[in-house]
Design a protein around this ligand. Structure first.
Ligand SMILES: [Zn+2]
Length: 264
C-alpha cells in the first residue's frame, strides 16, 4: 500500500531533494565516519537524530498536502505515517528493534521537549519505559539507548540503518514521490547474495563469509559487542549476515579445485 499515487508539488519536492542532498547526506557521511571510528559524542547523536527526524517531517508535510488535494485518498495522519515507515522501507539491521522510525521520532521529541506528550507515545512508553533526553548517553565513543529493560548502541542499531535508507541517489523531482512511497530506498542489502554458486565465485563467497558483518551493529567478529545488549526479555547476540546456502566444505573444495586447475 502506498501513501499516495498523485504527484507532489515541484517546489516541495525540490525542497526535500535539497534537504536530503545538501544537509542529510553530508551529515550522514560524517556520522558513519564517527561511528566506524567509535568517536561519537552525545551531541553528534542528537544532532544527527534531529536531521533524520526533520527529513521525516518534510516527507509527512508533502504526503499530507498531496492527500489533502486528492479526492481519492484520506489525509494521512502523522502517527500512521511514521508507523508505516519501518515496513515500507524494509529497514534492515537489528530485528529486535522493529520500530526504528518510531523510536527515532520519540527520541527526537523527548530531546525537543522537557516533557514528552505521553498519549502520543503511549505504545512506545509501554515497551521502553519512560522516554526522555537521558535515554541516550555516551560511553567510549558510542552512544547507547538505555532504559530499564533496554540497552543497545543507538547509533548502530537505529540511526545506521535509517541513514542508509536515504542513501539512494535521489536526484529528480519524480524520485521524491517514489522515495516517500518506499518504491526506492537505500539498504545494506542484508540477506541478498548475488552468487552464481559456481567454482569461480567460491573465493568471493569465502571472503564474504569470513568478513560477514553483524546485522545489528555492522561490526565484524570481535568488534561486535551485541552480546552485551538487552532488548526487553531478550539478550543480544551477534547476527552475522551469512548466506544461508553457504557450506564450508563445498566452498573449500571449490577453492582447492580452482587452485588445482591453475597449476596445470
Ligand atoms: Zn553486533
Amino acid at each position: 500500500m502506498e501513501f499516495y499515487t498523485g504527484k507532489s508539488e515541484e517546489d516541495d519536492a525540490k525542497y526535500l531533494l535539497s534537504y536530503i542532498n545538501d544537509v542529510l547526506i553530508p551529515a550522514s557521511e560524517e556520522f558513519f565516519v564517527l561511528v566506524n571510528q567509535n568517536k561519537v559524542l552525545l551531541h553528534h547523536a542528537f544532532s544527527f537524530n534531529t536531521i533524520l527526524s526533520h527529513a521525516i517531517d518534510y516527507m509527512i508535510f508533502i504526503a499530507k498536502k498531496v492527500t489533502k488535494s486528492s479526492s481519492n485518498s484520506s489525509v494521512i495522519r502523522r502517527n500512521d505515517f511514521i508507523s508505516k515507515f519501518d515496513k515500507k522501507y524494509h529497514v534492515d539491521g537489528c530485528s529486535h528493534i522493529n520500530n526504528k522510525f518510531k523510536l527515532l521520532d520519540a527520541v527526537n521529541n523527548s530531546f525537543k521537549h522537557v516533557e514528552l506528550e505521553q498519549k502520543r507515545y503511549a505504545d512506545l512508553i509501554k515497551v521502553y519505559g519512560d522516554l526522555n533526553f537521558h535515554n541516550l548517553f555516551a560511553e567510549d565513543g558510542k552512544v547507547f539507548f538505555k532504559s530499564q529493560l533496554y540497552s543497545f548502541d543507538y547509533c548502530r542499531v537505529v540511526m545506521r540503518p535509517i541513514a542508509k535508507i536515504f542513501d539512494c541517489d535521489i536526484n529528480t523531482y519524480n524520485d521524491v514521490d517514489d522515495f516517500i512511497n518506499g518504491r526506492i530506498h537505500g539498504s545494506f542489502g542484508y540477506g541478498n547474495f548475488p552468487y552464481e554458486y559456481e567454482p569461480y565465485d567460491a573465493i568471493d563467497r569465502m571472503i564474504d563469509f569470513c568478513n560477514s558483518e553483524c546485522k545489528n551493529c555492522g561490526e565484524v567478529d570481535d568488534d561486535c559487542d551485541c552480546v552485551n545488549y538487552i532488548y526487553g526479555q531478550k539478550l543480544g547476540k551477534c547476527s552475522p549476515n551469512i548466506d544461508p546456502s553457504f557450506d564450508f566444505n563445498d566452498v573449500m573444495s571449490d577453492i582447492s579445485g580452482a587452485r588445482e586447475w591453475r597449476k596445470k
